[in-house]
Design a protein around this ligand. Structure first.
Ligand code: NAG
Ligand code: NAG
Ligand code: NAG
Ligand code: FE2
Length: 427
């Protein structure tokens, strides 16, 4: 760890130095990517495979087949030798004239922590997958990326994430940018499968997931809820749009910016209960994800109710519970704030980080407000992703990796102390 700390220090110094002498040219928009079903696939070939953690020792395997196929996962700890099997359910949905394939969800386990498993879906022997379960105890390494979309920049970001050897991916909303065009959800599923079939991808929703059309399709989140089912029941939530879970000493809270959040709402009451149940001995760290940022000095997305009203209602809850970090997306840029509460620097408030720079087709949000608010520590409109390595109960390191064209460059790095270890912040 001393070595890592040394490296980070070198990075920080190098960044300070480079920042003075080199200006980075903002890259133009890259082409949209659309990934079609490979020609050799049959109508029952499993595709768009992704996994998500369920409770402390289980994993949900999700995939799609064009026509109906068994919702079964066979798995084991050596390649090709499937000693275990589990069955689940499948469903499909309609959206205007589009009819989805069969969307399968199967929960496997109990699984050992930090262990590689091999698996196949719908008994299809032509496609074999592998995954690694998260560790049971710290350290753990998260990748955090928002507003991914599917462009050449998304591809670049995904390549960098693939090199990062992370345990779990956290996504604060805006996945496919399908925007009513349902086959783009399928394309996105194929684009992320190489990564999302190997490590749990834990997501929450953004505005691009709503896909509600008055009268014609009045139900929101149809595709998102069907395809990206998350472990909400396990945390006492009644909605796939907000939930929480524990992983290796970190309590993660996924909030829904595009569902009700006022004090009378189910989400608000659920959050109060969830925060009240946290055992800081077991999970010394608390991390929350939202989509629309509560703190933002970019000119984009100012004054939206999902930012301002949600903050007004919920910020005090996160503050009193001593949440360590709040990640957001929505603004297509990177920004890190100091510890903050109610608009002011506060040593017992969460650090707010906007990481909406995954690479979507809308491009970067390049204009910032002037002057810089005192609490905004680092901001830059470039594509990239973040990594949060929680080392132990007290220390974690956050790094932001900018896509310098196709090279991943650490451009912001900071060591964090958990609030649970701060005597001054005892709640
Ligand atoms: C936690 O990690 C930090 C950073 O590596 C280290 O300095 C510290 O001694 C560790 N604390 C414990 C209790 O191991
Ligand atoms: C990407 O596709 C969207 C529609 O899905 C379109 O509006 C946009 O112009 C396209 N971008 C490029 C760079 O081709
Ligand atoms: C993604 O990037 C890799 C590496 O640069 C490249 O080989 C691949 O063709 C790209 N994929 C798409 C769909 O653009
Ligand atoms: Fe958004």
């Amino acid at each position: 760890m001393a070595e890592v700390k040394g490296q980070v220090l070198v990075f920080v110094l190098a960044i300070a130095f480079i920042g003075c002498v080199v200006s980075y040219d903002r890259p133009p928009v890259r082409k949209n990517i659309s990934i079609l079903q490979p020609k050799q696939f049959s109508s029952t070939s499993p595709q768009q495979v992704h996994i998500s953690a369920v409770g402390p020792d289980k994993m949900r395997i999700s995939w799609i087949t064009q026509s109906s196929a068994p919702s079964v996962v066979e798995y084991g700890t050596s390649a090709g030798a499937y000693t275990e099997s589990a069955t689940g359910t499948s469903s499909s949905y309609r959206y205007l004239v589009y009819k989805s394939g069969q969307i399968h969800h199967v929960v496997i386990g109990p699984l050992d922590p930090n262990t590689a498993y091999y698996y196949r879906c719908s008994s299809d022997s032509t496609r074999q997958f592998s995954l690694k379960t998260p560790p049971a105890h710290l350290p753990i390494k998260f990748t955090v990326v928002g507003d991914l979309g599917q462009t050449g920049w998304t591809n670049s970001t995904l390549q960098h994430i693939a090199q990062s050897n992370y345990d779990m991916l956290l996504l604060p909303g805006d996945l496919a940018y399908a925007d009513f065009v349902q086959p783009l959800w399928d394309s996105f599923g194929r684009l992320v499968e190489p990564l999302a079939s190997q490590r749990p991808w834990m997501v929450t929703q953004g505005n691009h997931e709503v896909e509600k059309i008055p009268i014609i399709h009045s139900t929101p989140f149809t595709a998102y809820n069907a395809r990206w089912r998350m472990p909400f029941e396990e945390s006492g939530s009644t909605s796939n749009l907000y939930y929480s879970f524990d992983v290796a000493g970190v309590h993660i809270i996924m909030l829904g910016s595009y569902t009700d959040f006022d004090p009378d709402s189910d989400q608000f009451k659920w959050l109060q209960g969830d925060l009240g149940n946290i055992d800081r001995g077991k999970t010394p760290w608390i991390v929350a994800l939202i989509h629309a940022p509560w703190y933002n000095t970019n000119t984009d997305h100012q004054g939206e109710p999902e930012s301002d009203l949600m903050k007004q209602h919920m910020e005090v809850l996160l503050y009193k519970a001593r949440v360590d970090i709040v990640f957001a997306g929505h603004v297509h840029a990177y920004e890190r704030f100091s510890r903050v509460y109610n608009g002011q620097a506060d040593n017992c408030g969460p650090i707010h980080i906007t990481i909406g720079d995954g690479g979507n087709r809308e491009g970067l949000a390049k204009r910032y407000m002037d002057p810089i608010a005192g609490i905004s520590v680092f901001r830059e409109a470039s594509f990239g992703h973040g990594q949060l390595e929680v080392v132990n109960a007290t220390d974690a390191v956050w790094t932001w990796h900018r896509n310098d064209d196709d090279v991943s460059v650490v451009s912001d790095a900071v060591w964090l102390r958990s609030l649970s270890s701060s005597p001054a912040c005892k709640s």
